[in-house]
Design a protein around this ligand. Structure first.
Ligand SMILES: [Cu+2]
Length: 174
């Protein structure tokens, strides 16, 4: 490592610490929460669907993909289907599943979408089925909100906000 790259590394590390410190600062968290209370905490209703606990995770600079997670409850007597979605911050949004391939966790796109059975709740979560924001236009920063539009076969387009949580080092290997 030469002198320049040592300096760059030091700056990067201290930036990370500053970021972590800010995230743990109670007043900073509170201000963010107040700003986003209404949009983030309230479940979004769309016809018979209720979407709640929508979140994503902070990404490192240069990351091209980010996961999206949401809990979807279908109060109808008919199944619906999550087909995909879009967001101004990404080129596109796909629905992915995780599968073990031997000892390796792989993910693949659910090309036919994800069924939300009648009367059931489906949870998209880290390490499981998730939304994949492809072609991120900028890093996702903790505390920010990411607007997304999800598309369902029956309920149509549903707009919601993903709250950006902390990055997780044990991510899914994207
Ligand atoms: Cu994925």
């Amino acid at each position: 490592m030469n002198a320049i790259s040592r300096i760059i590394a030091a700056v990067a590390v201290s930036a990370l610490f500053a970021f972590a410190a800010a995230a743990h600062d109670h007043s900073a968290m509170k201000a963010g929460a107040e700003m986003t209370d209404d949009s983030a905490m309230e479940p979004v209703k769309a016809g018979d669907l209720t979407l709640s606990d929508a979140f994503t995770r902070a990404t490192l600079p240069g990351a091209k993909v980010g996961g999206g997670y949401v809990t979807i409850t279908n109060g109808s007597k008919e199944a619906d289907r999550l087909i995909g979605g879009s967001s101004p911050i990404a080129a596109r949004i796909e629905v992915h599943e995780m599968k073990m391939d031997g000892n390796v966790m792989q993910m693949r796109q659910l090309k036919d979408g994800l069924e939300i059975p009648a009367g059931e709740t489906v949870k998209l979560a880290p390490g499981n089925i998730h939304l994949m924001m492809m072609g991120l236009k900028s890093p996702l920063k903790e505390g920010e909100m990411v607007p997304v539009t999800l598309e369902f076969a029956k309920a149509g387009k549903v707009e919601l906000q993903l709250m950006v949580g902390a990055a997780n080092a044990t991510d899914m290997g994207h």
